[in-house]
Design a protein around this ligand. Structure first.
Ligand SMILES: NC(=O)c1ccc[n+]([C@@H]2O[C@H](COP(=O)([O-])OP(=O)(O)OC[C@H]3O[C@@H](n4cnc5c(N)ncnc54)[C@H](OP(=O)(O)O)[C@@H]3O)[C@@H](O)[C@H]2O)c1
Length: 236
């Protein structure tokens, strides 16, 4: 985009940016010249200091995706903004060591709300704030959310939550009131974060560099795509 002869960077809204992939992706896009609005649940949380070098391009805000009153207040604060990318990264891992047989109902509700229901509710509210034609709405999914690729049964509850997210995003796209934008379900790789664990395959920097490349390459592509961080298609 050119304004007064100068090339302007893109703008992104990253939901769930206190740590891990959300923080890493925000920092990667900031380094690429993007203007970023990054949300955290609490500004007292660790991680905000990583953003200090980028204060000119950055707006920090607070949002818990499970709290409707926080969403209402957040929507007021972003009134009038338009983003090239809205990326809902926030999510939670498997309830520690639990299976369908042993997990509590409360933990199931929290898992499904956070990983599947709240992202869709939020996407409905954020749709008008995505740039026409070239805008991207992205959800942080997982390879483990692929029903077709599920041959191991690993992390069954978490897998089910991401499969639910994938299914709900497809219903959302099929019925959303605008069809001009691109919708991406992204598998970030198996990444060393608190969800991925210390023995995961790749570091945050590798994953988010690939994701940022995809966000820059897919603008204007249209449709919905389930891709890994290298841009490879994943079966639903
Ligand atoms: N790491 C992997 O290998 C991997 C693989 C596939 C998919 N993913 C997905 O990638 C996303 C990011 O995970 P991560 O690996 O970076 O783990 P992480 O370091 O644990 O980060 C999780 C992020 O989600 C935020 N969050 C959790 N609940 C939230 C809520 N109710 N409202 C707003 N924010 C909330 C956390 O905020 P707080 O700091 O406030 O808790 C944190 O910023 C998740 O959706 C995860 O399922 C990760």
């Amino acid at each position: 985009m050119a304004v007064n002869g100068e090339v302007q960077g893109k703008s992104g809204l990253i939901i769930g940016a206190s740590r891990g992939l959300g923080r890493g992706l925000s920092l990667e896009l900031l380094q690429r010249g993007w203007t970023i609005t990054a949300t955290v649940r609490s500004v007292r949380g660790a991680g905000c200091e990583a953003y200090e070098a980028h204060h000119g391009q950055l707006t920090m805000d607070t949002l818990d995706i499970n709290l409707p009153s926080m969403i209402d207040a957040f929507m007021c604060r972003i009134e009038g903004k338009l983003f090239d990318v809205v990326f809902i990264v926030a999510g939670v891992g498997d309830p520690e060591g639990k299976t369908v047989e042993t997990v509590s109902s409360e933990d199931v509700v929290h898992l499904i709300m956070t990983n599947a229901i709240s992202p869709i509710r939020l996407a409905h509210r954020l749709l008008p704030y995505i740039r026409p034609e070239t805008g991207i709405l992205a959800f942080m999914s997982s390879f483990l959310g692929s029903v077709e690729a599920n041959t191991t049964g690993v992390s069954s509850l978490y897998s089910a939550s991401k499969a639910a997210l994938n299914s709900l995003t497809r219903s959302f796209v099929a019925t959303m009131p605008r069809q001009d934008i691109t919708v991406l379900n992204i598998h970030p790789g198996w990444v060393r974060t608190s969800i991925g664990g210390a023995t995961a395959d790749i570091d945050v920097e590798t994953s988010v560099a690939g994701i940022a490349d995809i966000l820059e390459a897919k603008a204007g592509m249209g449709g919905q795509h389930f891709l890994d961080y290298k841009g490879n298609a994943i079966p639903w």
